[in-house]
Write a protein that binds this ligand. Structure first.
Ligand code: GLN
Ligand code: ZN
Length: 771
């Protein structure tokens, strides 16, 4: 029978146990009890997660997917390749040191963090310097192997498989800090470290190592591609002295490397057939007799129950060619899905029956193995038969549910025309109309939307949610807050105001809760980085807006001031990107449905007298596919969705958009094609350098390059902001520049916010008077 395994399991715990233990330790890093509690929590979680894999009936349980903060940092600690600037001895690394690397301290800034491929997980970026060591470090992995062994000895037939991040992906994902001209210069040393590590694992009795090389799913340049064969040959010089290697790829297809992969001296390769089912053809015919092929057919990135018939069809085709060499797996690590559906007691039974979280996915992998291994007619197949029946019934019920298919939405989609994505006039004409209407000064000042979310605001929202305070009470409290925010902005002399977003807990959740087709879990936590977890909503059905979502708040806020009040919405791509999405229709279709719902909101805001409307798209860039060859298709539908959400209004209504981290010089034509009248972006931390691309490209519409970093409590000085704006004036014509912070202010307190904005307004005034 085929071998069943998963590529990794979420480490944080179903109740976020690891998060709380970490945070308690950070508060008292010197406290022996807090340390003991943290270590104990780690042990308990590992044991629980392995036991779940054993109980499900997997053939291999995965060891090494646990990390105290991040799997890349754990790999660095294991190899001894820590950033040298901290001065830690890797072999004597304590957990307190480890967290200093991750979070920084008074003296050292933290390691940089960045997105793990196209997921919402963030890893710590290795720092490559000429003096970085690779001489071995913290041996936590070996303790974990011993723990797993002890657990397996208690019964069952499962074996331990160790997972490691592969040497080339590790090097690639790091950043050169100094003393090196190319990351591959470090290769000989990295290789030696992996050789030693693999030998040690073999000595410790480990028979299988899953070695992850996710960079194979990227468009690698020749240097990196060419490195694979020599590296893996070097690792396998004495194949008997190291464990068997399963080289794992995921997040996209690797068909371009089929020949390379089939020739490597590894014992097997894993493919992600959820993301890239079409790649299978490039592998199964002529797959080497001495290699296994692990097929990831259970989605590690989404929460739906697997379509077993679809999966079985793929597996049967593969089995005909591969026979015993077929393994069955999750598409990637289950790190990206919540832990256990059993904890969802608020979700209605129907929705719940459509879902599978990590624990349920273990069962799915095993079910597929068993279903493939014997015919349903055989003796003893009754249980299996019933499980298959349930899986099929759930999927069939979902496919035909009326909650998914909304005739109104379908009809509307069919009626969408090219004209729906076009404003009445081009930007030049629109901006002239808008200027005539608003008479804003040069360098108009505004903010990005949110104002400080005080403890009181959060408490009020929570109390309302729990039913402890009534609707009127809640409304009054929120209105008080809006009054305060408007008063302060008037006092400060800002030109375009916002209502401050006190009623929003989260920019996606707030809208998701009001739209049909969205649902929320009670405990569906997924690790975003370190102790930080997110609970993404999921989109299960056609998205429909039953009634206005923000009009009441915006109208109230506008009634308090003569100045323009910006309406504030979350854009279609961000609504999609920060949710689990449907797997029964293309992302582009869901985006379009959200766009239509938002379009109605935009039009309603306009009707209610709101003349400026901001549609935030902070996740626009992160939606880009891993391979540049696929970018165009994404950008085309993403831009179209934004335009459709915005284009229902008259020329005089000004559409704004906002994006954080504005590293999108490579996609500027599409940013311009969104055709927002004003875009506000984050630029202060790059000293306005991110704006250069906009200048070179001659970006046509208005821009507000952020003049101060809202992530820092520091109060920006007037002169510093003037200097940044002078830089901006060097690349963008004056009449198109706005003055605003980098992003929303919800994480700041009032004294900081007030002082910073006062300086910002003063800076704008200086620019005006000097003009
Ligand atoms: N309008 C949102 C805010 O100000 C935008 C947040 C974001 O860009 N992530 O908080
Ligand atoms: Zn932002």
């Amino acid at each position: 029978m085929a071998v069943a395994h998963v590529l990794g399991f979420p480490r944080i715990g179903a109740q976020r146990e690891l998060k709380f233990a970490m945070e308690a330790f950070w508060k008292q890093p010197g406290d022996a009890a807090a340390l003991q509690h943290l270590q104990e929590t780690g042990r308990t979680l590992r044991a629980r997660h392995w036991q779940a894999q054993v109980d499900a009936g997997l053939d291999l349980i995965t060891v090494g997917d646990f990390a105290w903060y991040d799997q890349v940092l754990n790999t660095l600690a294991l190899l001894g390749a820590l950033p040298t600037r901290f001065g830690f001895d890797a072999q004597r690394l304590t957990l307190a040191d480890y967290y200093t690397l991750a979070r920084g301290d008074q003296v050292n800034f933290a390691m940089e963090m960045t997105k793990w491929f196209d997921t919402n997980y963030h890893y710590l970026v290795p720092e490559w310097t000429a003096d970085v060591g690779f001489d071995g470090g913290a041996e936590w992995l070996f303790d974990e192997i011993a723990e797993a062994r002890a657990l397996l000895r208690q019964g069952g037939k499962a074996q331990a498989k160790v997972v490691l991040l592969g040497p080339l992906s590790l090097l690639y994902l790091g950043k050169i800090k100094s003393g090196l001209s190319h990351k591959l210069d470090l290769l000989p040393r990295v290789l030696k470290a992996y050789q030693a590590l693999l030998q040690k694992l073999k000595t410790a009795g480990v028979e299988w190592v899953q070695i992850d090389e996710p960079i194979l799913a990227l468009e690698l340049d020749a240097q990196w591609r060419r490195a694979f064969a020599p590296v893996y040959s070097a690792l396998a010089v004495e194949p008997q002295s190291i464990p068997s290697l399963l080289l794992a790829t995921y997040f996209d297809g690797v068909a371009a490397h089929a020949e390379l992969l089939s020739g490597l001296p590894v014992a097997g390769v894993h493919l992600d057939l959820v993301r890239a089912p079409q790649q299978l053809a490039a592998f199964i015919a002529g797959w080497p007799q001495d290699k296994v092929l692990s097929l990831g057919v259970v989605d590690g990135r989404n929460i739906w129950r697997t379509d077993v018939d679809h999966a079985l069809q793929i597996l049967q085709t593969a089995q005909a060619q591969l026979g015993e060499r077929l393994w069955i797996a999750s598409s990637c690590s289950l790190l990206h899905v919540p832990v256990d559906l059993a904890n969802e007691n608020k979700l209605d039974a129907e929705l719940k029956s459509w879902l599978a979280f990590a624990v349920q996915k273990l069962d799915e992998v095993v079910l597929l193995r068993d279903a493939l291994g014997r015919s349903e007619g055989e003796d003893g197949g009754a249980v299996l038969k019933q499980k298959l029946y349930l899986a099929r019934a759930a999927r069939a019920a979902r496919n035909s549910s009326e909650r998914i298919h909304n005739a109104l939405v379908q009809k509307r989609l069919q009626g969408v025309t090219a004209a729906d994505a076009e404003r009445h006039s081009g930007f030049a004409e629109r901006i002239a109309t808008q200027q005539k209407k608003w008479q804003l000064p040069a360098f108009p000042t505004t903010t990005i939307g949110s104002f400080p979310q005080t403890a009181e605001i959060r408490q009020t929202r929570a109390a309302y949610k729990r039913g402890e305070i009534g609707h009127l009470d809640y409304l009054e409290k929120m209105r008080d807050e809006i009054r305060l925010v408007v008063d302060k902005q008037e006092e400060l002399g800002l030109d375009v105001l916002v209502h401050g977003e006190p009623e929003r807990n989260d920019m996606v959740e707030y809208f998701g809760e009001q739209l049909w087709g969205y649902a929320f879990t009670a405990n569906g936590w997924v690790q975003s980085y370190g102790s930080r977890c997110v609970k993404p909503p999921f989109i299960y059905g056609d998205v429909y807006r039953p009634e206005a979502m923000t009009v009441g708040w915006s109208k109230f806020a506008q009634s308090l001031t003569e100045k323009p009040m910006k309406g504030m919405l979350t854009g279609p791509v961000t609504m999609l990107q920060w949710s689990f999405v449907r797997d029964d229709q293309p992302r582009s279709t869901t985006a379009l449905q959200i766009a239509l719902a938002l379009r109605d909101e935009v039009v309603d805001l306009e009707k209610a007298g709101i003349g400026m409307i901001q549609i935030d798209e902070p996740a626009f860039r992160e939606g880009l596919p891993l391979k540049a060859a696929d970018w165009r298709e994404y950008l085309d539908w993403a831009v179209r969705a934004f335009r459709i959400s915005a284009a229902g209004v008259q020329d005089e209504t000004q559409i704004h958009t906002h994006m954080c981290y504005s590293e999108f010089n490579d996609i500027l034509p599409w940013i311009a094609a969104m055709d927002a009248d004003v875009i506000t972006i984050e630029t202060s931390r790059s000293d306005m350098e991110l704006l250069d691309g906009f200048g070179e490209y001659a970006y046509p519409n208005d821009i507000g390059p952020g003049v101060y970093d809202i992530h820092s409590p520091r109060i920006p000085e007037v002169a510093a902001m003037v200097r940044l704006m002078q830089k901006a004036r060097g690349v963008i014509p004056d009449q198109r520049l706005w003055v605003n912070p980098d992003c929303g202010l919800k994480t700041r307190n009032w004294p900081e916010t007030y002082a910073a904005l006062a300086n910002m307004v003063a800076a704008a005034r200086q620019l005006r008077s000097a003009k």
